[in-house]
Design a protein around this ligand. Structure first.
Ligand code: T46
Length: 133
């Protein structure tokens, strides 16, 4: 299966504009326990650089765009998040980085668990060892 798992978010727009609805265990393949968003990222700044032991997430740029790289320890791939109707599923044990944020980027993330720093693997070599166990 491909490392990049895109989720097409149908736009429920009409003549007034667009609307996208995200529901847990439907388009989003888990119970949504947390929502956060990243915005105002300074020019040239990259974020992420970690994997999660258990957490699954769905990410979508609701305005602007950024480039996300995914790495499962054997394969690497990248995707531009450049549409409010294009989300990517970030599985557990996938190293991910976000680059090239546009000035107007708002990256919305839906998460399967509450925030837990102990769930992060923030060192790439440790990730490679864990991922290849
Ligand atoms: C991820 C990518 C896509 C909290 O206190 N609660 C939260 O729910 C989150 C997400 C973060 N934080 C704190 C932890 C740090 O002190 O906010 C600070 C910035 O977090 P971090 O450096 O991990 O941010 P990113 O942009 O590198 O990564 C974030 C998420 O943390 C991460 O889970 O997958 O976005």
């Amino acid at each position: 299966m491909s490392l990049i798992k895109l989720i097409n978010l149908p736009s429920l727009g009409d003549e007034r504009g667009a609307l996208v609805a995200l529901e847990g265990n439907k388009l989003v393949p888990f119970d949504i326990k947390r929502v956060y968003y990243i915005f105002g990222t300074e020019k040239g700044v990259s974020r992420g650089f970690h994997a999660h032991k258990q957490l699954k997430q769905v990410a979508v740029c609701i305005t602007g765009k950024c480039r996300m790289t995914l790495d499962n320890g054997t394969e690497k791939a990248e995707v531009w998040l450049d549409s409010a109707t294009k989300a990517v599923l970030i599985e557990d044990m996938v190293w991910h980085e976000m680059h090239d944020f546009s000035d107007d980027c708002v990256l919305l993330v839906l998460a399967s668990e509450l925030y837990d720093e102990a769930d992060y693997i923030r060192h790439y070599q440790e990730f490679i060892v864990q991922a290849n166990k």
